[in-house]
Design a protein. Sequence first.
Lengths: 57, 100, 104
Amino acid sequence: MKILNVYRSEPDETVKKLVEIVTRDRESMSFDLNVEAPDYDKLVDMIFEADQTISWW
Amino acid sequence: MEYKKVCLMYRHEDYAVDGIRSALGLAVENMYAYGVVMDTELPPFDEHGMETIEMLRDMEGDILTTVPANVEKCDFTAITIEELGEKLREMTHIIPYGIK
Amino acid sequence: MAKSLGIFVTTESCMKHVMGITKAAKAKGSNVKVFFTWKATHLAKDPAFPELCEIADDVSICVDSYKKQGYDIEDIPKGLTVKKMATQAQHGIIIEDFDCYLSL
């Protein structure tokens, strides 16, 4: 199970805690959408590679 | 056939009620649908709101909350952040709904 | 063959991301479906919305949300048809039938 965590804003303590539990003993990657010019091409590749994508607030 | 398990999470009052409606929409489509109200205290639900929750529960879904006041006022099921994290591990789809 | 991608949009300030991700996915040969609900139905009035309807394989909005956000349901956004003024069932289709899922 490979999880992609996408962050739409700076993750707070709640998000960090949930990510920690959800990704425990699982492979994970992350992508920061909260930047001036996100690399959408790379994001789509990561979405296709992941078994599950979670787009956090 | 394996049924989808979906958890929608709401952290902003303006998105919670519609997000609960979204959860009900998925339950109607034969999915296990859960909604979780976090961070925000909602006003008591009206009769229509309560019916929505009852319908969701009848379809083996639920509305949960990390906010104790919502358990009292809206009859949501209590859950801690740690328990929510464990529950999310069972889901096929995890949806942080709206904004925080 | 590229995986299919369903995008469920609930927020108002993400049109740039919806467009960027849809374009990138289409360039890889993906089948892309986008569904807008609740406050995100305001994006149906975004200047980029008609272009999104052209490049994505399927775009629809929740008509009930659109009405609740103050729009007349007879006022069909440019790029959509009456059939695409839809229900939450569209979200169900994204979850059931698409390889990959993204919420924004």
